[in-house]
Design a protein around this ligand. Structure first.
Ligand code: ADP
Ligand code: MG
Length: 249
C-alpha cells in the first residue's frame, strides 16, 4: 500500500478536462516523479492533493485517511508539506527569521504570521531553527536578507522551512524551474541528502529530465490529464509512448 493513493481523480475547468481518471500510488520513503508536457495537469493534480482544488470525482488517501474536504492547513497538519513553483519565503526577513516562522507555527498549532520578536523569546525555537539551518548547510547565511540570495538558496531555505514541519510527504512543483545549472545541481544534491538522511517520501513534479533521472525511484507520466505510464526510470527512458507525448513540445 502506498502512503499516497490517488484513485480515479478527475477535474474539469468548464469544458476543459484537466484531469481524467488519474491514478497514482506513491510508496513510502521513495522519490516519485510526475512528469509530462506543459498543460498535462501536473500542477492541477498537486493542487488536488493539498486542498487547493477539490476534484470532481475520485479519492485521495494519505496514510489511509482521505484528504478530500479538508482545508490546506489541515492537510499540512496531517503531514503533507508543499514547495511551490515560485519560492514562498519572506524576502524582507533574514534567513534565520524565515526559519523561525514555521517552527513556531508548528508548536503553536496555528499557521498565522507572528511578530518575529515574540517568536524569538520562545524557548528552544532558535536552537531548532539553527539545527535546521545547519542541516540545510545555510548556517553561514543566517543573517542575510532572504531576498538577496540566489534562486537556489531561496529554494534551499524554503525546503528547510517545509522540513521543519517534519512532514511525512514533501511535494515539490518544479523546484528547479528558472534556475541556472549550478543551482539546479545544488538542489539535486540537497534532495538526495534529504532522501538519504530522513524518513520522508518525496513527490516531485519536474520538467528537467536531468533532475528526474537523478532522483526518481518511480515515474508517472501524465499527458492531457491522463496517466500514460508509471514505471521505474530505466523503463521510462526511450518509452515510445512517452516520446510521443513530448513531441511538439
Ligand atoms: P501542468 O502543470 O502540467 O503544466 P496544469 O495543471 O497547470 O498543467 O494545467 C492543466 C490544464 O488545465 C491546462 O490546460 C491549464 O490551462 C488548465 N488550467 C489549470 N488551472 C486552471 C484554472 N484554474 N482554470 C482554468 N483552467 C485551468
Ligand atoms: Mg505546472
Amino acid at each position: 500500500m502506498g502512503i499516497l493513493e490517488v484513485k480515479n481523480v478527475s477535474k474539469n475547468f468548464g469544458g476543459l478536462k484537466a484531469l481524467s481518471d488519474v491514478n497514482l500510488n506513491v510508496r513510502e520513503n521513495t522519490v516519485h516523479a510526475i512528469i509530462g508536457p506543459n498543460g498535462a495537469g501536473k500542477s492541477t493534480l498537486l493542487n488536488c492533493l493539498v486542498g487547493k482544488l477539490i476534484p470532481d470525482t475520485g479519492s485521495v488517501m494519505f496514510d489511509g485517511q482521505s484528504v478530500l474536504g479538508r482545508k490546506p492547513f489541515e492537510i499540512n497538519q496531517m503531514g503533507i508539506s508543499r514547495v511551490f513553483q515560485t519560492p514562498e519565503i519572506f524576502g524582507d526577513l533574514t534567513v534565520m527569521e524565515n526559519m523561525l516562522i514555521p517552527i513556531f507555527a508548528r508548536r503553536d498549532g496555528a499557521f498565522r504570521m507572528h511578530a518575529i520578536e515574540s517568536i524569538r523569546n520562545e524557548a528552544g525555537v532558535i536552537e531548532q531553527a539553527e539545527k535546521m539551518l545547519i542541516d540545510m548547510n545555510m548556517i553561514d547565511k543566517r543573517h542575510m536578507h532572504a531576498a538577496s540570495m540566489s534562486r537556489g538558496d531561496k529554494r534551499r531555505l524554503e525546503i528547510g522551512m517545509c522540513l521543519s514541519q517534519e512532514p511525512r510527504l514533501l511535494l515539490l512543483d518544479e523546484p528547479t524551474a528558472g534556475m541556472a545549472r549550478a543551482d539546479t545541481n545544488n538542489t539535486i544534491d540537497l534532495l538526495k541528502q534529504i532522501k538519504a538522511e530522513r524518513d520522508i517520501t518525496i513527490a516531485i513534479i519536474e520538467h528537467d529530465m536531468h533532475v528526474v533521472f537523478s532522483l526518481a525511484d518511480r515515474i508517472t507520466v501524465l499527458a492531457q490529464g491522463t496517466p500514460l505510464v508509471e514505471d521505474e526510470p530505466q523503463n521510462i527512458r526511450g518509452n515510445p509512448k512517452v516520446r510521443e507525448a513530448y513531441l511538439g513540445e
